[in-house]
Write a protein that binds this ligand. Sequence first.
Ligand SMILES: CC(C)(COP(=O)(O)OP(=O)(O)OC[C@H]1O[C@@H](n2cnc3c(N)ncnc32)[C@H](O)[C@@H]1OP(=O)(O)O)[C@@H](O)C(=O)NCCC(=O)NCCS
Length: 230
Amino acid sequence: MAYARLCLWLRLSEFSDKYNLPTDLSLSVFLWVNMKIYLININDVTENELNHWFDCMSDSRKEEVRNIKNKSKYVSKIISDHMCRKAVSEFCGIPENEIVFSKNEYGKPFASGTNAYFSVSHSGELVVCAVSENEIGIDIEKKREIRPDISKRFATDSEIEYIGNDTDRLFEIWTLKEAYFKCTGTGLGADIKTVSFKKTEDNFVCSEKGYSIAKLDLPDGYTGFVCSKE
Ligand SMILES: CC(C)(COP(=O)(O)OP(=O)(O)OC[C@H]1O[C@@H](n2cnc3c(N)ncnc32)[C@H](O)[C@@H]1OP(=O)(O)O)[C@@H](O)C(=O)NCCC(=O)NCCS
């Protein structure tokens, strides 16, 4: 049932057409009953927006970002901070400039003093952020050529069998695992093979009870999942 509920999402543009809501062209928002997912293509962000969002970051985040040499990583990090701020602000009704981010011992970010859980992921030209009243993890990957045997590093025997030589499937399992461990908050410091995902007719089931999975509807060339603790 949780899966059915999680699949009831609409693209904001579709939502806007139906309900006359404003559409922000640089920002697509996917809606679930108790979850919102924001997506930004870094190429849609203007220099002015980027400078403004940089100014809104904490001093420690500015320091972290200044040290990034790769331009798209630099841009993604600034966008990521902005999206988390906007997502939590909209979710909790708190002004963006009052939101203070902290991290757990494994690096999972949270917004101090709020009841919002959020998770962010960046890959290629996309940055996504999910916000919810439940613990969540989101992960996307831009698909690329990769040796299928790399799956041995993170996949269980049954997952390796599912993947075979199929790169799309490899990225499915990859992003499922990342989303799950971002949801639990331990990141990949935990043993990745302690959890396993099994393909069903129209979704994946997690070997650990109490987690809902949903595949994201991303532009061509990307794979991603969101994992939510029920
Ligand atoms: C850091 C990690 C949580 C995600 O890394 P990633 O997939 O490379 O990067 P993503 O863009 O998807 O996620 C980065 C975000 O994860 C968040 N994050 C970091 N540690 C986290 C944790 N323990 N739990 C949840 N979220 C975490 C941060 O918000 C970060 O955002 P920021 O970079 O804007 O600060 C971790 O899973 C990792 O080290 N991944 C390495 C990738 C890999 O080898 N995967 C193998 C296949 S399973």
